[in-house]
Design a protein around this ligand. Structure first.
Ligand code: ATP
Length: 469
């Protein structure tokens, strides 16, 4: 496939295409919507599935030293005390007393006052706001509450009584289920250190300022790995996983020039981390975190050992030595990657349609590995003999690939639709097909067409899609 063109698309254009074509819908829309929630339509469901599948293949299936886990969303509340989330997982917020608008105090100070808020305490943030008295961006008044800490974990209750003792949290990250099950996985999988456990699953955060389409969500999916190592090997392991993450992004087609690394400064580090490096992506609203790599030391296992009373140490038989493993954590969000892939894939170019009319061709240049549909099967016209043949070809290909069949509208408009949803190939059944059992294959990126025998189609398509590569 040809190299993608660097077109930067606005979020509005992307959100409207995503809605129209069935990638992402605003949540609960028939009830007037529920702010900052989204549902993923047929194409979005496929794209997410492909992202997760590519991740699982690359990080788990391909590696001898990795196993998977599917832990619960609800965990014992003590887990979040041990992990530090009850005490530490909070953001500072301020409210406008006049119009009740709410802001994250640290980003507010940075954006409105132009002062770096990194590592500032609640008191320091409050003092800055009292000193500068910035106007509320919504109502223009200068009447602020003091800065307060707000815990981002969603709470719910088990059982019919909504009392403190029945309170549980929806997990704000998938990582903790891995730590809690570390010992069991070690016993049942017969892995030896170094080895890792990977998990894909929902996480929930009561974000104060969600937004930017699906960039910051209240409910999202994480793909996380906890890789257990001996403490002295952390630097080598860190470099290894940083490179692995980069390779994964390349495998799913993210453009290297829109990715960069950002090292966290010491006072920005999370409570559990000794070193964190983010992969940032150039979103339409600037460079933002796409994924993170953290050296969590032995913080989590040590804390769970302390809080649970269970011995979570590891015995190294070769060295006859017992220790608490240290951890390197590569983590990324499915929807954030989804958004980066949409931005990355979006392209527009001048084109001429089948009737010689110029138009702006919108094309999502997805890597075939993640494209929702691998091919579309299209009868040239809605004539019974063509339709019947096309349906048979679609049925044949469905044994191997996600295929869309489409017989509506003119062929030109159907090609346009497939370009807009990023389908790598269009297979057209025409009158010649009825004579010699060949079809045309149109390449999304070059728009070039050639003829292939139906019997060879599964093989040719697999080859062109790069399967097995
Ligand atoms: P941020 O600084 O953007 O709040 P974070 O550093 O808190 O993110 P992590 O806790 O490291 O994020 O989570 C790992 C990954 O999960 C992030 O790199 C991101 O891809 C994804 N993620 C985190 N929070 C959200 C969210 N609210 N909505 C969507 N994805 C998220």
């Amino acid at each position: 496939m040809s190299a993608p063109h660097p077109v930067t698309v606005s979020l509005d254009t992307l959100a409207s295409l995503a809605k129209r074509r069935g990638f992402v819908y605003p949540g609960s829309e028939i009830y007037g919507g529920l702010a900052n929630t989204w549902d993923f339509g047929p194409l979005g469901a496929e794209l997410k599935r492909n992202i997760k599948q590519a991740w699982w293949e690359f990080f788990i299936q391909r590696r001898e030293d990795m196993v998977g886990l599917d832990g619960g969303i609800l965990l014992h509340p003590r887990v979040w005390e041990a992990s530090g989330h009850v005490a530490e997982f909070n953001d500072p917020l301020i409210d406008c007393r006049n119009c009740k608008s709410r802001f994250r105090a640290d980003t507010f100070v940075e954006e409105r006052l132009g002062i770096s808020a990194e590592g500032l305490s609640v008191e320091e943030l409050t003092r800055l706001i009292e000193e500068y008295q910035p106007a509320c961006p919504v109502c223009g008044q200068r009447n602020w509450t003091p800065v307060r800490r707000f815990n981002l974990m969603f709470k719910t209750f088990i059982g019919p009584v909504e009392e403190q003792s029945a309170q549980v949290y929806l997990r704000p990250e998938t990582a903790q289920a891995i730590f809690v099950n570390f010992k069991q996985v070690l016993q049942s999988s017969r892995q030896k250190i170094p080895f890792g456990i990977g998990q894909i699953g929902k996480a929930f955060r009561n974000e104060i300022t969600p937004g930017n389409f699906i960039f910051r969500l209240l409910e999202f999916e994480q793909m996380e790995i906890e890789y257990f190592i001996r403490p002295e090997s952390w630097e080598a392991a860190f470099e290894h996983w940083l490179a692995e993450m980069g390779q994964f992004f390349a495998r799913i087609g993210l453009r290297a020039e829109r990715l960069r690394l950002r090292e966290h400064s010491p006072h920005e580090l999370s409570h559990y981390s000794k070193r964190t490096v983010d992969y940032e992506y150039l979103f339409p609203f600037g460079w933002k975190e796409l994924a993170g790599l953290a050296y969590r030391t032995d913080y989590d296992l040590r804390r769970h050992q302390e809080y649970s009373g269970e011995d979570l140490s590891y015995f190294d038989q070769e060295r006859n030595e017992r220790f608490i493993p240290h951890v390197i954590e590569p983590t990324m969000g499915v929807e954030r990657l989804f958004l980066a892939l949409l931005v990355d894939a979006y392209d527009e170019e001048p084109a001429v349609d089948v009737n010689g009319k110029p138009y702006t061709r919108v094309v999502l240049r997805f890597h075939p590995r993640i494209a929702p549909y691998k091919a579309a099967v299209l009868p040239l016209m809605r004539k019974p003999e063509l339709v019947e043949k096309a349906r048979a070809v679609a049925a044949l290909l469905r044994n191997h690939f996600m295929i869309e069949y489409d017989e509506t509208q003119s062929i030109g408009r159907r090609y346009r639709r497939q370009d807009e949803i990023g389908t790598p190939y269009c297979i057209t059944i025409d009158y010649q097909t009825l004579d010699d059992d060949t079809v045309t294959i149109r390449d999304r990126d070059t728009m070039a067409q050639d003829r292939v025998a139906i019997s060879a189609l599964p093989h040719v398509l697999a080859e062109r899609l790069g399967y097995g590569a």
